[in-house]
Write a protein that binds this ligand. Structure first.
Ligand code: CP
Ligand code: NVA
Length: 313
């Protein structure tokens, strides 16, 4: 297997990667996916270990990283912050230094993005962001791969994200801006992606010619959309805001009426877990437009490509 060459030693945001890096990861993901289907597993990371720190719940991220490491010949350690000393106040810096003496890579899911940055600063081994309050790059990589698999030219596609301007929206925005994909983000007023992320995306888009639109108008946003994407209205750690979000988000549901407004045979993405009946209806989730489970599967293949790129060199 050809190890993909990428320009970064860590994977903290999609902004760590160039367009070429992303395409090299896509190429590797496609090859790894083919191999899995044939039951062929190359032990590229034999005897290597990935420490996985979780400060929030997870199904897909945990299971796909753990399975991926095993398939590559290595091993993943699940470290819930409730169990390790980080949860009792050991510093991120000391945790990074210690894990660097045992392991070959660290994956972390946490709250503040600054914690992941600090971990990467103090670790001597690659660090992968498995979700922070600001970014979810592993998700967006798999999302664009899911689109890439279906399209001749990912730069000729329009993605419309409906809902909360959260970590997933931020990563999709940065990804689109690198890849040249057109992206429209429709959020209720005051729930748009944060300004610093938007500014970064506009800068990147100046090189890739990605058209970025941030709007509050859902109907306009979905016009001509090839892909509609949504995510929960209340992200992990923001449960206290749930009640005040219900009303402003009511018009931001992905349902069949909204899908009919695209004027296209639009496909629907969701990073999952879904709150069925809130941001997406059962009819859409389970209907012919939905590609959410192909998308979830691709987390495995794309993260294996990332692990090979970072830990296989
Ligand atoms: N999409 C995603 O990251 O799912 P988990 O929270 O289950 O890992
Ligand atoms: N925005 C969601 C994504 C979960 C995968 C959250 O942060 O909870």
């Amino acid at each position: 297997m050809k190890i993909p060459r990428i320009s970064s030693e860590d994977f903290l945001t999609l902004g760590d990667l160039t367009r070429e890096d992303i395409f090299r990861l896509f190429e590797c993901s496609a090859a790894l996916k083919k191999d899995v289907k044939k039951g062929k597993f190359e032990k590229v990371l034999e005897n290597k270990t990935l420490a996985m720190i979780f400060e929030k719940n997870s199904t897909r991220t945990r299971v796909s990283f753990e399975t991926g490491m095993l398939q590559l010949g290595g091993h993943a350690l699940f470290l819930s912050s409730n169990d390790i000393q980080l949860g009792r106040g050991e510093t991120i810096a000391d945790t990074a230094r210690v894990l660097s003496r045992y392991n070959d890579g660290i994956m972390i899911r946490t709250f503040g993005h600054d914690k992941v940055v600090a971990l990467a600063d103090y670790a001597d081994i690659p660090v992968v962001n498995g979700l922070t309050d600001t970014y979810h790059p592993c998700q967006a990589l798999a999302d664009y791969f899911t689109i890439f698999e279906r399209e001749k030219d990912i730069a000729k596609v329009k993605v419309t994200y409906i809902g909360d301007g959260n970590n997933v929206a931020n990563s999709l925005l940065i990804g689109a801006a690198i890849l040249g994909t057109d992206i429209t983000i429709a959020c209720p007023r005051k729930f748009e992606p944060e300004m610093a992320v938007m500014e970064k995306a506009y800068k990147l888009a100046a090189n890739s010619y990605s058209k970025i639109v941030i709007t509050n108008d859902v109907d306009k946003a979905v016009e001509g959309a090839d892909y509609i994407y949504t995510d929960v209205w209340v992200s992990m750690g923001q449960e206290k805001d749930a009640a005040k979000k219900k009303k402003p988000f009511l018009n931001y549901q992905v349902n069949m009426d909204l899908l009919r407004k695209t004027g296209k045979d639009t496909k629907v993405l969701h990073c999952l877990p879904a709150h069925r009946g809130e941001e997406i209806t059962d009819e859409v989730m389970d209907g012919r437009h939905s590609i959410v489970f192909d998308q979830a599967e691709n987390r495995l293949h794309c993260q294996k490509a990332v692990l090979c790129a970072l830990m296989g060199r």
